[in-house]
Design a protein around this ligand. Sequence first.
Ligand code: 6PG
Length: 247
Amino acid sequence: MKPVAHVYQDLEALSRAVARELEGVARMAIDAQGRFSLVLSGGSTPRLLYRLLAGEFGDRIRWQNVHLFWGDERYVPPDDPHSNYRMVKETFLEQLPLLPHNVHPMPTTHANPDDAARAYESVLDQYFPGSWPHFDLMLLGLAADGHIASLFPGSAALDERSRRVVAVRAPVDPPQRLTLTLPVFNHAARIYFLVAGKMKAGALHRVLVGPCDPRTCPALGVRPEAGTVTWWVDEAAATFIPAIRRA
Ligand code: 6PG
């Protein structure tokens, strides 16, 4: 199914729109299956969304039925300034009544990062017994260099088709990371890309307009078999895509 793109004036408007949509998706999932599995993105773009979910939207979602996972993690202690877990904890977790056993951060304290990746695969296998993880909603960012989660252009991890979580060496600091693999993203019900700022205009144009390929633009490898991909972007990031439909 062709990705859908929505353009908003700025990051605030974009974040509000995603919060409203996420509220509805969570309600549908919890009504239908009693739980909602949400994969969080790292980076700075989703911070405002997380703050909105913890604040204004805090009483609109049945948080006790929400299960949180991470799409990737920098291999640093959970209290490290680079930690995606720490960012989520500060902007979101501390304000909401999530049940501790429903919050599944990627482990970063194993001596060997691959052991940590396998430990997280066990977490996913417990939540999705006997099948590929099929998350209700997965949030992703898009870096100026085109990476998504910790799947970087040209990385061998882009070819992974059996592991659900792998340890990778990134070309940016901190280099050691854990990331979900493309098959996991491609089994999701919904993927939301959040992209804001002029810095992202080139990467977004390469992905939505091209020319590019899934090795150079890993986002092109996100093509869920039965799910949908929605791009939530601001005007600055959409600078080079005049034809994109404005919200
Ligand atoms: C990470 C993220 C990464 C991020 C992009 C965009 O761990 O850094 O998962 O994939 O989403 O780099 O980051 P910004 O939102 O900070 O631009």
